[in-house]
Design a protein around this ligand. Structure first.
Ligand code: 2AM
Ligand code: CA
Length: 265
């Protein structure tokens, strides 16, 4: 089966899961916390992850799947075909705001991204890409990202990273924030990567994300002509948590060189 056919199947499952999530707005959610009081998980996160795992295992028994909620496989490497799944990226938005969250799917073969899909459930916007074929928003092909200067750039960044923090070089991020035209924080890494791919923001900076947060988005952004690395400028390995810098071409190198070079990331 080719990647376009696999992407078409993934799209059907995403649409079905999206409908389930929209229906859940009428019901009472079961909300629990994970690593800390603000790290939320709901019955929908679990239900949607289990839905995908069942579908993948039935349809592609030789594929593996790594999901945020831990129902998938325990992976030590990315050999073969691996799905990186975040059933709800932006769970806090899902719980508090019922908007600005997404289903994120990245399909990798031997560590190379092949299919990236991010579904903005409430706006019914599916961002999707198959490696080598460009990036799309629903039926529309996204245009190749143009160059932009920092002074005209809108940067996605969580304000938490600009506050004093013993563990990160927040003081290096402040000049970057000051030089940019504007800052935005949407609370969903997957959506913020999709917004870079669509040219709605120019860059996105994050200090701690997991492979399921950036797996789908990295394929999408690269297919739109953008660049994806960690804050040291290194490639992501998609197995471990990392920092993230996603940006338009040119701007990515400038941000790394001018602002992030000396960081202890
Ligand atoms: P989540 O909603 O799936 O947990 C919020 O700024 C973004 O960071 C969201 O994409 C959120 O994903 C992610 N995020 C929040 N806490 C995280 C953590 N401890 N590790 C990795 N990603 C996290
Ligand atoms: Ca999640």
């Amino acid at each position: 089966m080719n990647w376009e056919s696999i992407a078409a199947i993934a799209k059907q499952w995403i649409m079905e899961a999206g409908q389930t999530i929209r229906t859940s707005f009428e019901m009472k959610l079961d909300i629990q916390t994970k690593s800390n009081a603000n790290d939320l998980v709901t019955n929908m996160d679990r239900e949607v992850e289990q839905f995908f795992i069942k579908k993948v295992r039935e349809t592609f028994p030789d594929h593996k799947i790594l999901g945020e909620e831990g129902f998938g496989d325990n992976l030590e490497n990315l050999d073969g075909v691996v799905w990186l799944l975040d059933p709800i990226d932006g769970t806090m938005n899902f719980v508090h705001q019922q908007r600005d969250f997404a289903i994120s799917v990245g399909i990798f073969e031997d560590g190379v991204g092949k299919v990236g899909m991010i579904y903005d459930v409430v706006r019914d916007e599916l961002y999707h890409a198959v490696k080598g074929n460009g990036a799309y928003l629903n039926e529309k092909k996204l245009s190749e990202l143009p160059q932009v200067d920092i002074q005209k750039a809108i940067i996605g960044i969580n304000p938490t990273w600009l506050m004093e923090n013993r563990r990160i070089d927040h003081n290096l991020l402040i000049p970057l924030a000051r030089d940019a035209r504007g800052l935005r924080s949407y609370g969903s890494a997957a959506l913020e990567m999709a917004f870079v791919a669509a040219g709605r923001i120019d860059a996105y900076v994050a200090l701690r994300l997991a492979p399921w947060d950036f797996g789908g988005g990295s394929i999408l952004v690269e297919e739109a002509g953008g660049s994806v690395t960690n804050l040291k400028g290194e490639k992501l390995d998609f197995l471990t948590k990392d920092t993230l810098l996603v940006a338009k071409p040119g701007l990515h190198e400038k941000i790394l060189k001018k602002y992030l070079n000396d960081g202890n990331w």
